[in-house]
Write a protein that binds this ligand. Structure first.
Ligand code: DAH
Length: 340
């Protein structure tokens, strides 16, 4: 074809029909390509023409070229605009649309058990008292009648920051702090909280765990008062069929001292695998507060006496829910935690 006007008409028609940028590129090569584009081919023969015709054809060819370029640019812009409009349509995010609902969490089983213990004892008039987890050597040991070099210290080996400061090994130091704060008996407090010991993790122990300590200071308290209180607590938590018993033991801060057992809920005290055929499960220690401990708390042992206990919260939760490995409480495995 040798007519630039016809060429440009043909090209602009093809450009108007193109739906994709790739088609426009093919058209560009086809008409404007430097070697074999139709405009170039047209101009290739121009040398053979008369000068006047040559000028006219050259001009017409240039106009055709410009017209094709302009049409290409315009169509390219149209295609880009509609591509973006399509994107906005298909990939739009409606930020006002409500997201998927969050799964609902619930209170950790150890927190549940702690709160149940608190609720039961608060119903008897006990107040919740809290103490620091970083404790001085004096509160953790000395004030509880466990002097330096006393072999009993080995039972509560903890983590030391320096010889005077450690992570408390039990909640018992809060007994002293509570007596010092409240000053005037009657004192009826419980103190739940985290404790630390230098033990390797295993099924029944961890280097961190929780205890709930109880302390009553009043006039003329007896072991019977203590046992009755603890029986009420255990039966409130585990059911009326549970029995409790105390066995003589030794703690430097109580005199007399006892281990405290609860009858096994699975065999009812007959003996089974879960209680290792004893019929009883050990929950913690208790006893009548040693007069020196009262004195260290600023209380006159001539006039007042008291009882105290310290139980492991994990152990109470294990008893309640038949959990056989204490580590499960801290592994954050939702398959375990979701059961409570
Ligand atoms: N503090 C003791 C321990 O961690 C438990 C204990 C025993 C606490 C007897 C008491 C008590 O208050 O009277 O092993």
């Amino acid at each position: 074809m040798s007519d630039p006007i016809a060429l440009s008409r043909q090209a602009t028609a093809a450009i108007a029909k193109a739906q994709r940028v790739e088609e426009l590129e093919a058209i560009t090569v086809d008409y404007l390509g430097r070697k074999s584009g139709q405009i170039s081919l047209l101009l290739a023969g121009i040398g053979k023409l008369e000068p006047a015709e040559r000028a006219a054809l050259g001009q017409a060819a240039n106009e055709a070229k410009r017209a094709i370029e302009a049409a290409l640019a315009e169509r390219r812009a149209q295609l880009e605009t509609s591509r973006i409009a399509d994107l906005a349509e298909t990939e739009a995010i409606d930020i006002t649309f409500p997201g998927p609902p969050l799964a609902r969490g619930h209170v950790h089983v150890l927190t549940q058990v702690r709160r149940q213990i608190e609720t039961v004892l608060e119903s008897l008039g006990y107040q919740v008292e809290l103490g620091p987890e970083v404790e001085t050597e004096w509160y953790n040991f000395e004030a509880l009648n466990i002097p330096a070099e006393h072999p009993a210290r080995e039972n509560w080996d903890s983590f030391y920051f320096n010889p005077q400061l450690l992570l408390r090994a039990h909640t018992s130091p809060v007994q002293i702090r509570a007596m010092q704060r409240i000053k005037e008996p009657p004192i009826y407090i419980i103190t739940p909280g985290r404790c630390y010991r230098r033990d390797a993790p295993e099924a029944t122990r961890l280097p961190y765990f929780s205890q709930v300590e109880g302390l009553a200071v009043d006039e003329g308290l007896t072991v019977g008062d203590m046992k009755g209180t603890l029986l009420f607590m255990i039966q409130s938590l585990y059911g009326k069929d549970r029995q409790v018993r105390v066995r003589p033991s030794y703690f430097p801060f109580t005199e007399p001292s006892f281990e405290f057992d609860v009858s096994c809920g699975i065999c009812g005290g007959m003996g089974c695998k879960s209680c290792r055929h004893k019929g009883w499960l050990e929950v913690g220690g208790c006893g009548m507060v040693h007069p020196q401990v009262l004195r260290n708390g600023g209380i006159d042992p001539q006039r007042w006496n008291g009882y105290a206990w310290g139980f492991g919260i994990e152990r109470m939760a294990m008893l309640k829910h038949d959990v056989d490995d204490i580590r499960l409480f801290y592994e954050s495995d939702l398959r375990f935690l979701g059961q409570f």
